[in-house]
Design a protein around this ligand. Sequence first.
Ligand code: F0G
Length: 367
Amino acid sequence: MYLLKKIKNKLQLNYKKKKWPGLINAYKQHLPVSSKTPIISLKEGNTPLIFSQSISDLIGNDTKVYLKYDGLNPTGSFKDRGMTMAISKAKELGSKAVICASTGNTSAAAAAYASRGGLKSYVLIPDGYVAQGKLAQALIYGAEIISIKGNFDKALEIVRDLSEKYPITLVNSVNPYRIQGQKTAAFEIVDDLGFAPDWLCIPMGNAGNISAYWLGFKEYSKIKKNLNLPIMMGFQAAGSAPLVKNIIVKDPETIATAIRIGNPVNRDKAKVVRKESKGDFQSVTDEDIIEAYKKLAKEGIFCEPASAASVAGLIKNKNRIKKRSNIVCVLTGNGLKDPDCAIKNNDAVFQNNIEPSLREITKILGY
Ligand code: F0G
């Protein structure tokens, strides 16, 4: 009886240990936190790395393509990784309010984590260019939303100014804690695969995330023996490609509103990543993005258009890939964030206004 109880307790303990504690607790030793940091978490991180047979087949040459599906984070995007850190540190340092500029996802994550931590959140967004799911999130999580007659770049300029003049913590990716949290995605990929991929394909807006991944891979390579670093491939939408063209784009335009950014704040950091990793920055058209978006959905994976840029970019480089490569494409946000895009861009058969009769429906089914 006693032995049975002991075994049961042990099993329960193992089960508890296996429960994901959120990324700060999971990777504490690699993050700037201490016992004094109040951890504001929604159990973010630990997102699946999904092998894609169809994209692997498309690339050919025995390539294995994996998708890091970060759209499965609590608010549906990779921003949760950065926000758990940014909000926890803001709270630790006594901040009462946070502010960000956003194309949507940052605002959703900031609003959620700020609410959870008991902080006020202010978000500046570009009028008419935030996907509906993201706007709904910022509203319901309780942010104060200021929609400006200008684009993301203008909004960021304003919030940077405000946070310098007033006691409000900026939680855009210029906040170093954001990058610290986001680097954990690279740790997870290495933990899952047992090695780093040959290529990492990632969409770029402000280029915070590509910088965070690179930091993560580099840090892990210091503690894990024989870890090769990946070639970092950053993709931008053709109408919004300041890093590819090495210019400031005044009026960026793309269907991928998340990355509709003309003047990325992490420009210099991104250039270092490209150089150090021997990577490349390239653009993909909105048509390429939608094609990849649909291909992913055919395999059961629904991401937002900006995320599909990573797969669109990979497909474009099909002929450059070495035999038996392992490639990870980062899917930064969930498809449900932007339902309008899916409704407008699909190959489904959708017949409406049909008489509810067996005869009518049998006829439609073709029996
Ligand atoms: N993918 C998605 C879904 C995003 O929301 C963003 C950025 C990116 C990629 C690009 O990441 O800026 O680190 O290069 N979204 C920000 C926002 C700008 O406000 O939500 P990045």
